[in-house]
Write a protein that binds this ligand. Structure first.
Ligand SMILES: [Fe+2]
Ligand SMILES: [Fe+2]
Length: 235
C-alpha cells in the first residue's frame, strides 16, 4: 500500500473525515446555491446532524464535479470504479437515511405544528420522492460513459451537474427556511424523537467510524479521491 494511504483497519475516522472542512464545504455550497445562510448556533442534535450531513453531501458532490473538470481538461478518462463508489455513497447514506428521515419524521412534525411553509414542504417532499429516480439516472449516465467512452462524457457531465445543482438548492432551502422554522415550532418531545432518529444515521462523512460492511467502500474513497474529500492529490 503506497505511503500516506490508509487501510481498511486504519483509523478511518481520523483520516477522511479530517479531510472535510465543513465550513469550507458549506461556504462553497453557499456560493453555488446562491446563498445558503450562515448557520445559527444549532440548539438540537438533529439540526446539527442535518447541517453536517448537508455539508458532507455538498463536499462529495463538489468533488465529483472537480474530478470531472480535471479529466475533461486533460482529455483523460476518470477512474470509473471510484466514481461508482462516490455515487453509491450518495445513494446509500443521503438518499436512504437523511432524506427519508426528513420526509418520514421531520416534515410531518412540522405540518402538525404549523400551517407555515406548506408549499415548500410539499416541494421538498416531492424532491425526496424523486431522489431515487434522479440518482439512477446519473448512475446510468455514468455507466454509459464507462461503456461507450468519449461520446457519452458530455451527457454524464450534464446529468451530474444537474443533480448537483438540484441538491445544493434543495439543501439551501431546508437550511434557510425549514430548520429555523423547526427550531421555532417543534416541542421538546418532537426534538427528543428527532435527535434520537438522526443520531442513528452515523454518516461516515460526518465523522463517524463506518460500520464494518462499509469499511472497504470508504477506504477506497479516502485513498482515491482528491482533497477536500479524500487523501488523493489535490485537483
Ligand atoms: Fe432533504
Ligand atoms: Fe436535508
Amino acid at each position: 500500500m503506497p505511503p500516506g494511504q490508509v487501510g481498511v483497519n486504519a483509523s478511518i475516522g481520523s483520516a477522511l473525515w479530517r479531510g472535510i472542512d465543513i465550513d469550507q464545504a458549506r461556504a462553497a455550497a453557499r456560493r453555488d446555491a446562491g446563498g445558503m445562510q450562515a448557520p445559527p448556533l444549532a440548539t438540537h442534535a438533529a439540526v446539527r446532524i442535518i447541517r453536517q450531513e448537508h455539508a458532507a453531501l455538498a463536499a462529495m458532490l463538489r468533488s465529483i464535479v472537480m474530478l470531472l473538470e480535471q479529466h475533461r481538461r486533460k482529455g483523460t478518462l476518470p477512474d470509473f470504479a471510484v466514481l461508482r463508489a462516490m455515487l453509491f455513497y450518495v445513494d446509500e447514506f443521503p438518499e436512504q437515511r437523511h432524506h427519508r428521515k426528513e420526509t418520514e419524521l421531520l416534515f410531518p412534525k412540522l405540518r402538525a405544528r404549523t400551517p407555515m411553509s406548506r408549499d415548500l414542504l410539499d416541494k421538498l417532499d416531492n424532491d425526496h420522492a424523486w431522489g431515487e429516480r434522479r440518482i439512477r439516472h446519473v448512475e446510468h449516465a455514468l455507466l454509459a460513459f464507462e461503456m461507450l467512452g468519449e461520446p457519452r462524457r458530455e451527457a454524464f457531465e450534464a446529468a451530474m451537474g444537474k443533480y448537483v445543482d438540484f441538491y445544493l438548492e434543495h439543501m439551501a432551502m431546508e437550511e434557510r427556511e425549514i430548520l429555523p422554522l423547526a427550531e421555532r415550532v417543534l416541542s421538546d418531545d418532537d426534538w427528543r424523537e428527532l435527535d434520537e432518529a438522526f443520531g442513528q444515521n452515523r454518516d461516515p462523512l460526518t465523522g463517524h467510524v463506518p460500520d464494518l460492511a462499509y469499511n472497504a467502500l470508504f477506504t477506497r474513497i479516502v485513498n482515491s479521491v482528491p482533497a477536500p474529500i479524500g487523501l488523493g492529490p489535490s485537483l
